[in-house]
Design a protein around this ligand. Structure first.
Ligand SMILES: [Zn+2]
Length: 114
């Protein structure tokens, strides 16, 4: 499952920060999840609970998910627009020369210790 890999990636990052800051027990982790990241929040939470149970520092830690809006930039007219609403074609000038500037990331935003 794709989400499980993402969870392991998050846990690895959390453990690194915990070690660097001498955190023994983690209360919650806030993750920024892009709208077009292909990660399903519901699955992510399920995998999180399962994986955290195997880690002493993370057992019972809460996963908070913040959704980040997907934004696309148009090279032709220099404007940005919502990716989910308009896709790859610029709604202002009709150009297809566009690329995603945010919204596909899964990032740790905040780690809260007990
Ligand atoms: Zn445009």
């Amino acid at each position: 499952m794709h989400e499980l890999g993402v969870v392991f990636h998050i846990i690895k990052g959390v453990k690194k920060v915990a070690e660097e800051n001498d955190l023994i027990k983690i209360a919650s982790v806030t993750v920024e999840l892009g709208q077009v990241s292909t990660v399903i929040p519901h699955y992510l939470t399920d995998c999180w609970k399962w994986a955290c149970d195997k880690e002493d520092a993370l057992r019972g830690a809460e996963l908070k998910i913040e959704e980040i809006q997907a934004v696309t930039y148009c090279e032709a007219c220099g404007k940005t627009y919502g990716t989910v609403e308009h896709g790859r074609t610029c709604p202002y000038c009709g150009s297809g020369k566009t690329y995603l500037i945010q919204g596909d990331q899964v990032m740790i935003k905040e780690i809260e210790a007990c």
